[in-house]
Design a protein around this ligand. Structure first.
Ligand code: FAD
Length: 356
């Protein structure tokens, strides 16, 4: 009998495996051929600790030391660009992310393609980093394996039964018996709950697309900060010599292997292009991922209100990478009864009990 059976091999499941393997035996099941095939392999890989709802920010902040120690962060910076038409959204974003207003010249010293005719206000801070997401996932997977956890890919869970001792989980002809079931299935978390006879909580996967374009005007973009349009209506970031640009859409969908919507991508690229002097000449590649949110857009971490042996690790939305170290530690603390460094109101805000 396994102590913790985790469904889902994205950042949520793998980080949970690392933490829970310090408490008992762990087996993680991932349906795809490799870990991080879905949303966790498709993110913008940004660590901006002031990005997200007030309930997410304590998790981001509490994750910083782990990211540093794991050596997964590299400097990026964040630059917000706007004009008189977007003044309100610009002011709100600058306040929320604690960005300091800088001159247009200072901004152009960093990003020379900013268009004076379109942009008349800019705000910036250095305190935003690229996350090496592969390294982060491998770091958690290594810890889990060192603690004896088993990680099975190509193992798609298709049946879950409850009995007096715990759970019997089937993936084709293979079955696993576990005392606790950890639901870290990303966009599929409500489907897993339903399969287990647990009331779904109403998660919505929201598609977000990404385009990879050649470095504008042949510039060296490696030192450019991430650029944000006000109200998050586009963003752009250097990525291995090219630029990734997202329309930053939130289009509700059903759980599936997501792909970019061409029209949404074209409109998003036009919003980005309106701020710069270099046109988008071609697309190198595109992709999309599902940012999955609970009804109040806050993560759901901890034992289910009706069945404490069913544990939610869900609703990571657009913050799953940056918040994973603290989110997974909180999950372990909630299960072991150990003290948490997080404020009590932050823990309450994340609890599945809020949906009862
Ligand atoms: C375009 C984009 C940009 C983003 N940018 C950032 C960013 O800059 N910073 C940040 O922190 N976050 C960002 N995010 C959000 C982040 O990527 C997610 O919050 C995170 O990846 C969610 O991880 P997860 O493990 O919950 O989901 P997933 O990575 O989707 O993992 C869930 C896994 O469960 C598996 N699964 C489902 N059902 C079953 C089953 N029945 N049996 C077995 N396995 C199953 C799936 O195959 C999947 O691999 C971004 C997301 C997108 C789409």
């Amino acid at each position: 009998m396994i102590d913790f059976l985790i469904i889902g091999g994205g950042i949520a499941g793998v980080s949970a495996a690392a933490r829970l393997s310090a408490l008992g035996s762990v087996t993680l099941l991932e349906g795809e051929d490799a870990l991080a095939y879905h949303t966790s392999g498709r993110s913008a890989a940004m660590f901006e600790q002031n990005y997200g709802k007030p309930s997410t920010i304590p998790l981001n902040k509490a994750s910083h030391a782990f990211h540093d120690q794991a050596d997964v962060l590299s400097p990026r910076g964040l630059l917000l660009v706007g004009n008189a038409d977007t003044a309100d959204a610009f002011a709100t974003d600058a306040r929320q992310m604690q960005l300091a207003q800088i001159s247009m010249q200072e901004a152009k010293d960093m990003v020379p393609i900013l268009d004076d005719a379109a942009v008349d206000r800019t705000a910036y801070h250095e305190a935003a980093w690229d996350i090496d997401t592969d390294k982060l996932i491998q770091c958690f997977a290594r810890t889990a394996r060192e603690n004896g956890a088993a990680i099975h890919t190509k193992t798609h869970v298709d049946d879950i039964k409850r009995n007096s001792k715990g759970w019997v989980v089937s993936a084709g002809t293979v079955t696993f018996e576990a005392q606790n079931l950890v639901n870290a299935a990303g966009a599929w978390v409500d489907q897993i709950a339903t399969l287990a006879g647990i009331a779904p909580l109403g998660f919505t996967p929201l598609r977000r697309s990404m385009a990879r374009i050649p470095a504008p005007g042949g510039h060296d973009v490696s030192t450019w900060p991430m650029m944000f349009g006000p109200g998050e209506n586009w963003y752009a970031k250097a990525d291995a010599g090219a630029l990734i640009v997202s329309p930053a859409e939130e289009d509700a969908t059903t759980p599936h292997d997501a792909y970019a919507d061409d029209m949404v991508l074209a409109e998003g690229l036009a919003r980005y292009e309106a701020n710069v002097t270099e046109p988008v000449t071609r697309l190198l590649s595109s992709w999309a991922g599902l940012r999955t949110f609970s009804p109040d857009r806050t993560l759901v971490l901890g034992p289910d209100a009706q069945d404490p042996n069913f544990i939610w690790c869900a609703g990571q939305g657009g913050y799953g990478m940056q918040s994973a170290p603290a989110a997974s530690q909180l999950l372990a603390d909630l299960i072991s009864g150990g003290p948490s460094d997080l404020p009590v109101d932050a823990i309450t805000a994340l609890s599945p009990q809020r949906f009862t």
